[in-house]
Design a protein around this ligand. Sequence first.
Ligand SMILES: Nc1nc2c(ncn2[C@@H]2O[C@H](COP(=O)(O)OP(=O)(O)OP(=O)(O)O)[C@@H](O)[C@H]2O)c(=O)[nH]1
Ligand SMILES: [Mg+2]
Length: 403
Amino acid sequence: MLIGIVGKPSSGKSTFLNSACLTEAKVGNYPFTTIEPNLGKGFVRIECICKEFNVKDNPKNSICKNGIRFIPIKLLDVAGLVPDAHIGKGMGNKFLSDLSPADVLLHIIDISGSLDAEGQEIDEGSRDPIEDIKFLEKEINFWFRDILIRKDWQKFVRKIEQEKLSFVDVFYERMAGISVKKDHIYLAMKESNLDFEHLTVWSDEDILHFATKLREISKPIIIIANKVDKPKGEELLKKISKIYKNTIPCSALAELWLRKFAEKGMIEYMPGDSHFKIIDKNGLSSQEIGALKNIEDKILNKFGSSGIQEIINYAVFNVLKQIVVYPVYDLNTYSDKDGNVLPDAHLIESGTKLKDFVDEKIHSDLAKNFIYGINGRTKMRLGESYILQNHDIVRIVSASKGK
Ligand SMILES: Nc1nc2c(ncn2[C@@H]2O[C@H](COP(=O)(O)OP(=O)(O)OP(=O)(O)O)[C@@H](O)[C@H]2O)c(=O)[nH]1
Ligand SMILES: [Mg+2]
């Protein structure tokens, strides 16, 4: 699973990545600071089931702190996109191919309205963020369209019609490189209301309409109102939220400060917390204490958090519809063979069957020789087509040697 970070230059993409992943991607107040993509490891935050089972866990694939489990996910920050990138403006849109494996895109907008379309600084509040939302979606949709039509659209669709090829199969082949799945194509067909029997008569608008549907389904965009700490932030946020209901406010800069101070042991703070506690006052300058106070007043007390953790959780659980499953070997101790208690917490798509989960996340041998599973709570047997539920704890019984 990959979360892509997009937006115009200087909107705060690299700062967002750094704050979520504690990476050191270069940040600058000038456009195109980032050219090559930056990959980071971030985390979703959930209540761990160690509390419910009253055990002290020692996780392997994730982290558990005070009963809160952090499960890793990948984030990718890319170069800034400007209007008309598809015809070569700015850095062009070739770098979007870096986002091919992304499952969801976070669109980082500058909610203080202090950057023009190209990311140059202007008076705060003078840029309407709605313009940014519109142009960026258009550029991403054009990227999809151009991959769909390439240079041979008419020849391509004529061949489908003449040879009566399966539309889904050939479109899948064309779009698989940017992680479009067959299910996405079926859904886009259903929702786009086009004539799939006569592809040769599709107009340019029809093609763009279909490409847009496919993009919305396979790479949904979440709007992130960054720099909400700046004076005009709140006012513009109110305006945007009326139109784009799921806009999530954040201050990547505030989160970066909090995480860095926490890492140095100056404050007690976990990503997603609504407050922090200063633990080493002497290690902080009066300026730093002032900055922290500002973050507390203007961000945490006002918005409930810096927004970064909420955004990652929203992307993974609400948009990508993932659930968390804990496989264990021993249901008396809830541990693996080596005695690690609740060792792994896996993210999988809601609706996944038990055997597919074993195949995808544990081991294909274990799946091949699958006999049954056991529900860790009820101790009931589970068949291979049992649909896993969020926070399930399961033991797998397999004929596979040594498992
Ligand atoms: N006030 C404030 N400034 C921020 C925030 N996030 C980023 N910035 C500032 O915005 C400027 C641009 O940040 P970057 O993270 O380099 O932006 P980017 O989108 O990666 O820019 P490019 O790589 O050039 O496309 C820097 O001066 C950051 O310090 C925020 O939440 N609040
Ligand atoms: Mg950058």
